[in-house]
Design a protein around this ligand. Structure first.
Ligand code: IMP
Ligand code: MG
Length: 181
């Protein structure tokens, strides 16, 4: 549980997210329209809402798999050391793979995960993140598709948590502490 009182201000509405997902899926369908073996890999837990909306908008033959990497713990800072807590169920050698992430912040998580998955020799590996905070980047990583670039704010909702709370908000909101002057 977060220790300090906070409120959540709307940053990106559910409607705006849905419209952006339609655009992104048009581009993804152009990239992967020729494949009959796309594996969509969601990074747990933050991407679970995004991947659910994404795959229902994608008119392609797909499989879904999940991978969990450690990141923030319950704090607001990245741990930088990325560990795999739950690996994929399926092999991806020779497959086309799309990795789905909630946010690229320092870049350590997606950088580590995409390198790991590349080592398994997929035919093609691309990544998509709903949100990107480029000003926070610590490693040279860029996702192939980004929903929205956002400033350096701590966000919640649409699958994204603050100490495991607020994942079920339908929009993206930013956390504002109310005990600050
Ligand atoms: P990175 O390894 O620093 O790029 O961090 C990526 C992960 O940190 C994301 O998958 C999120 O789980 C978490 N994260 C980054 N920024 C935020 C935020 O503003 N709110 C909640 N979680 C975040
Ligand atoms: Mg995450």
């Amino acid at each position: 549980m977060p220790q300090r009182p906070y409120v959540i201000d709307v940053m990106i509405s559910a409607k705006t997210i849905a419209a952006r997902i339609e655009e992104l899926c048009d581009e993804i369908a152009q990239e992967f329209g020729d494949t009959d073996k796309l594996v969509v890999v969601g990074l747990l837990r933050g991407s679970f809402v995004f991947i659910a909306d994404l795959v229902r908008e994608l008119d392609l033959p797909i499989e879904v798999d999940f991978l969990e990497a450690s990141s923030y713990g319950d704090g607001m800072e990245s741990s930088r050391e990325v560990r795999i807590l739950k690996d994929l169920r399926g092999a991806i050698e020779g497959r086309d793979v799309l990795v789905v992430e909630d946010i690229v912040d320092t870049g350590h998580t997606l950088n580590h995960v995409t390198k790991l998955l590349e080592s398994r020799k997929p035919a093609r590996l691309k990544s998509i993140a709903l949100l990107d905070k480029p000003s926070r980047r610590e490693v040279d990583f860029r996702s192939d598709w980004i929903g929205f670039e956002i400033p350096d704010e701590f966000v919640v909702g649409y699958g994204i948590d603050f100490a495991q709370r607020n994942r079920n908000l339908p929009h993206i909101g930013k956390v504002r502490f109310t005990d600050e002057a």
